[in-house]
Design a protein around this ligand. Structure first.
Ligand code: DGL
Length: 285
């Protein structure tokens, strides 16, 4: 039987890179906004020799409240943009995009594609002792059931509880929301999960590591928070090494940030996410 193809998928197939793939090319990373910079931060630390092209689709943020079809379309467009700039691998640094488009992008792109969901699932399986796992993410990610399915596929005995937290992305992107309000929102979303007696909580959105302190305080010290950044970068490194695409350890890689809009507070916020100077930022409209 033919696999189901969405009409939009048919229109965009195949996603070919325009030039020959080589270790000198940068790695393409995209997110709906600034959240993916938490992944870039880990890449800069763990793979400092790699150059990065980052695309933050700020004009169309948030993705997490949109339909699967719309998120798929945005993700394909973001990938095409990066492919045309010239990349050797793609990191989907957005859970909402990964839940809607990872399978499609992996099937149709002829370069390594790494997402954030599968590495976080593997990390959660590694750290849980009780098998009681919580997942928080955007509405799109939680409704897709991507985490729940991936966890149960690995171990059907796991007890998984999840919650969509729609206010957390705007809180993080705003940047200057008082702690008191962050705390109230986090506690509101986590209250039902706490009853579940989980020992592990997956941060299923790349914006949430910015709220780590508040999240940890809300669930207590016995719960391990799983941030996809390090496991995602470990998976990326393995892909690059296997395919002979790792950059030589000669000098520090470059970072070039593209955004589809430039909000007033962008530089301050971006540097907060990245914990380094943003450097070159280009607006593409
Ligand atoms: N950072 C994105 C994620 O990991 C979501 C942000 C949004 O809703 O646009 O899901």
């Amino acid at each position: 039987m033919q696999p189901h193809t969405h009409p939009h998928e048919a229109a965009t197939l195949p996603l070919k890179r325009p030039q020959k793939i080589s270790p000198d090319l940068p790695i393409g990373v995209f997110d709906s906004g600034l959240g993916g910079l938490t992944i870039v931060r880990a890449m800069r630390k763990l793979l400092p020799q790699e150059s990065i092209l980052y695309f933050g689709d700020i004009a169309r943020l948030p993705y997490g409240t949109k339909s699967k079809e719309q998120i798929l379309r945005f993700s394909v467009e973001n990938t095409q943009f990066l492919l045309h700039k010239g990349i050797k691998a793609l990191v989907i640094a957005c859970n909402s995009s990964a839940s809607a488009a990872y399978d499609f992008l992996r099937r149709t792109s002829d370069l390594p594609v790494v997402d954030v969901i599968s590495p976080a699932v593997e990390e959660a399986l590694r750290v849980t002792r009780s098998g009681r796992i919580g997942v928080i993410g955007t509405q799109a990610t939680i409704d897709s059931g991507a985490y729940q399915k991936a966890l149960r596929a690995k171990n059907p005995k796991l007890s998984v509880v999840s919650a969509a937290c729609p206010l957390l992305v705007p809180i993080v992107e705003e940047g200057a929301v008082p702690q008191k309000i962050q705390k109230a929102a986090v506690e509101h979303y986590l209250a039902p999960l706490k009853k579940h007696r989980m020992d592990t909580l997956i941060l299923g959105c790349t914006h949430y590591p910015m709220l780590k302190k508040v999240l940890q305080a809300a669930v207590g010290p016995r719960v391990t928070l799983v941030d996809s950044a390090r496991p995602c970068v470990a998976k990326l490194r393995a892909h690059l090494e296997q395919s002979g695409l790792a950059a030589p350890l000669k000098k520090r890689g470059r970072l070039h940030v593209f955004v589809s809009d430039l909000p007033r507070s962008f530089t301050r916020l971006g540097e907060n996410f990245l914990q380094e100077k943003l450097g070159r930022v280009t607006v593409v409209r």
